[in-house]
Design a protein around this ligand. Structure first.
Ligand code: FES
Length: 121
């Protein structure tokens, strides 16, 4: 649904996003849609663009699989960079100190919504 200068993407019902789970989404056509994911962590939700700052790869190899085995950080499957879930900052790996691009997300009618500024599309 387009509104003004942003697009709201309805990703998932909040009740379907269990604690420590993620759900990926994409928006747009062609070979290079905007790809992102949301995660439910410590009773909050976070959304990031699915693009590693190291080499620009998607973070995940398996669908909606973005977290470390301990479920306390985000991991890039390509070369193992580890990112803080709360901030998106790389805390270990080849892009140490860089950040994932954080996206605005919120709940509306118990749905997880990600708001993308049109200039990012
Ligand atoms: S592309 Fe993510 S660590 Fe290299």
């Amino acid at each position: 649904m387009k509104k003004n200068n942003f697009v709201d993407i309805d990703v998932i019902a909040f009740s379907d996003l269990k604690d420590n789970e993620c759900r990926e989404f994409s928006y747009g056509e062609g070979d290079w849609p905007l790809r992102g994911f949301v995660t439910h962590y410590r009773q909050d939700i976070f959304a990031y663009q699915n693009r590693c700052p190291h080499a620009g790869h998607q973070l995940n190899w398996q669908p909606s699989d973005f977290l470390t085995p301990e479920k306390n950080n985000i991991v890039c499957s390509s070369h193992g960079a580890i990112f803080d879930i709360l901030t998106g900052e790389c805390i270990a790996g080849p892009c140490f100190g860089d950040k994932l691009k954080k996206l605005r997300c919120f709940l509306s009618n118990q749905r997880v919504i990600v708001r993308i500024p049109l200039q990012h599309l």
